[in-house]
Design a protein around this ligand. Sequence first.
Ligand code: C2E
Ligand code: CA
Ligand code: CA
Length: 754
Amino acid sequence: MNERTLRKRLNRMTVVVIAVSIMIIAGGSVVSFHLRGILQNALTRQMESNTEQYKINIQRQTEGDLQTLNTLACFLQFGKMDTNAFMRGLLASKQYTEFDRMGYFDTSGRGINVTVDSMIEDELSLEDMDENVQAVVKDAWCGENGISKIYHPRGTEKNVFAYAVPVYSGEEIAGALVAGVGAETFEELLQDRTILKGQGYIHLISDNGTILVRSEDGVVEEKTENIYEGDYIAPQEQERIRKAMAAGEACASEFTYRDMTYQILLEPLEINGWYLFSVQMAQSVNSSIYQFMTSMRSLTVAVLLALLLFIFYGYRQIYRSNHRLIRSAWYDPVTGACNIARFEQDASEVIEGTQEYSLIAMNVRQFKFFNEIFGSRKGDQLLCRIKEAIESHIKDGEYFCRSTDDLFYILLRDTDRKVIRGRLEEMTAEISGYVVNNNGSYQIMLYCGGVIGTDVKDEEPSVQKSMTHVKFALNTARQSLKKSIWFYDTRLHEDEILENYVESHMATALEREEFHMYLQPKVDLGTGKVCGAEALVRWIPEDGKMIYPGQFIPVFESNGFCAELDMYMVEKVCAQIRSWIDQGKKPLPLSVNQSKLLFYEADYIDKLKALLEKYRVPASLITLEILEGLAMENIEELNERIARLTRMGFRISMDDFGSGYSSLNTLASLKINELKIDREFLLRLQNPKEDYRRQLIIMNKVVELTKDLQIQTVVEGVETEEDEGLVREMGCVQGQGYYYSRPVSAEKFSEIYV
Ligand code: C2E
Ligand code: CA
Ligand code: CA
């Protein structure tokens, strides 16, 4: 599982958790909503029944009052009584009723009034009365019992209303009996706490919302005149209430005052458009259920929160541990770049889907030496520097990794060589800017191999194949000192084919004796005579096309076959010397190249001994050429080996001196007999860029040193007369090169020189 998959999984988990939480919340809300609805219904029904009680009580009272008035109207037979008797009767009746005042108006509008304090006023005119009284009186004249709207009698603040009933004289309506009652009579009824049990209150209002009789228990502290005042009731609810009241219908609603919601019920009284405005404190009814619901809600939220917290914690733990795992599985611990496993995965997605890519391998020249000279901490720093440089130059959809040691792979999406070269040069320039030592004299050099998707004709492109190609190009770049970026192309492709051929055919080639010994003469610079030869291997397969050591020795060195081949060559050398001796010729000393692998083999010396015995040749005729690189490992062990070989009689030569990191130290500490100065030295002298004089001084000193150490010097690559003059002047002992002869077959060599 990589980081992307992990993140995907964790995201999926989060979505599931969120979905479950939403479902719980939604389910809870539905249940809560449902419960609320049930509660509200119960509440409304309770309010309706309570309000109905009040309505009945009020209706009962008004009906009772009207009945009383009607009874009085029957008794007070107006017209049959004289005015004084009527007035006395009226006065007497007043004392037995709860009416504040009573009066009588005949149909012509003349009237008599009896007040609370039993004052009698006569000679009244209906026109002098309040218009509300006039209205009910006129209704009574038409034979109807009536209740007036609430009004203030002149000169008072008191709320009053009037009853009026018709008074008959025989069949005819003679007038109307009127009774005035204080609105507080309703107040007493509305204040009846036995019904609402203190859980609500009731106002008497008119159908335009004006409060006619106010309950003492209102929650709204401001003494509003109208229920719509102060906007406690939401506008749309107001609208609904107005509509219901206009139609004379009951209406349930709610209002919010000081963050509390109250249920209201408007119940028509069917008197004058009066309504009972009943308010219930919602929370107080079924308060235990409300409390239960609230606690349930809080509990659910708390549980959900705890769950989320728990999941979040788990998520973090999983993420962290997986992140750590992924880092160790997919990232390089030194630089933090991706590792090869991760890179292969990313790169395969690109390579297997398109040809629009280029794969680059980047390497540092002499990184091993860098580590040895500056220490591994500096080495690691350099690797980090490389990682940063690459990272800052790659684009979206491009990848890179550090594979092993100083090997970096980069997958670019460019296919144009120029563009790729440009980008790589930018990267390498940035890396080369890294100052390693104080004076900045150490120049970091990089080399790259590249393969472009459109250049390869693999039938089934794969990362593995691309990597094989790119490694080949990288190896070519490593060997080339002049060009640091090599692209895999047809020629390299052929080389790669050859390399594959070499690897797969080496064993059979050895059996079939396809490896031949060629000899190149070594010339004594003093006498000009051939004084020996170097054995150089040539592979001549069945088709006769010669393969040169440069094409297979590096392969054999890396696959280990070199040891076998070298021993085969030693045997050829022994056989040659034996053959010369047997032919009665004076044998020439022969040099043979020995690879590092062979040199350290446990039974190496025994094998040599066996060969010397088999061919009965003196070891003194054989020079073993070893590479200076051997001394890098363990100089003491090497010296010990050299000493044993020297005791056996072999001569030891150090090959290719001056081509790599040659050091005078190793030269001084190794007990060798011969030093072969690499062809590179003569080439450098010819190069106008190189400082000729300095090179010469150094080499002169080296040659001088070898004389003191009794080491013979052989210069390789003598190609011209000038070359020879130069090396002779330096005091070198022997020369080897095309100037004298190219390597030739052993037969030819024997013919010419022995
Ligand atoms: P080397 O040991 O340095 O051998 C000298 C190489 O320089 C030979 O190349 C030779 O042909 C070439 N050479 C000699 N004189 C001149 C000259 O004047 N000009 C130029 N340009 N080149 C000259 P060759 O035979 O191709 O061998 C290449 C390398 O392969 C050898 O370099 C040696 O390291 C390796 N090699 C050859 N034979 C064997 C072998 O039997 N065993 C091992 N381990 N390595 C071998
Ligand atoms: Ca050699
Ligand atoms: Ca050499």
